[in-house]
Design a protein around this ligand. Structure first.
Ligand code: 5GP
Length: 113
């Protein structure tokens, strides 16, 4: 059997992390190593290793992740000040967890990318 991703371990309770949002398809947690005052990860319950592995069946899932991100941006008070959403994919982008996740980053002035 394939190893569980760190996010599957959090979801199953094997690894401790406060789940700040959950529905039947996705959940969200604070990043353990935040790069800004607000750094949240929005994660599908279904394990998809990278964005390269997305299929047409995942369109609703990806849409839900973005809707969740904008709702959390509002909940954490950064919807008007601004925020960044990103997926890292593979080595050059320094993806470290091979279970896709949308980073929601803000709460302070971010450097240009
Ligand atoms: P990536 O580099 O793959 O785009 O992002 C993975 C993110 O997951 C990193 O920002 C890292 O800090 C975060 N992360 C890794 N392990 C854990 C963990 O056990 N708990 C939480 N909350 N975040 C984690």
């Amino acid at each position: 059997m394939e190893n569980k991703s760190v996010f599957e371990m959090i979801l199953s309770g094997d690894l401790k992390s406060d789940i700040i949002y959950e529905d039947n398809q996705i959940f969200a947690i604070h990043d353990i190593n935040p790069i800004a005052k607000i750094h949240i990860l929005i994660i599908p319950k279904k394990k998809i290793a990278t964005i390269n592995d997305l299929s047409i069946d995942d369109i609703d899932l990806i849409g839900s992740m973005f809707l969740c991100a904008k709702d959390l941006a509002k909940k954490f008070g950064i919807d008007q000040s601004g925020y960044r959403l990103l997926f890292n994919t593979n080595d050059d982008a320094m993806q470290t967890v091979f279970h896709i996740h949308l980073h929601l980053i803000g709460g302070e002035k971010l450097k240009n990318i």
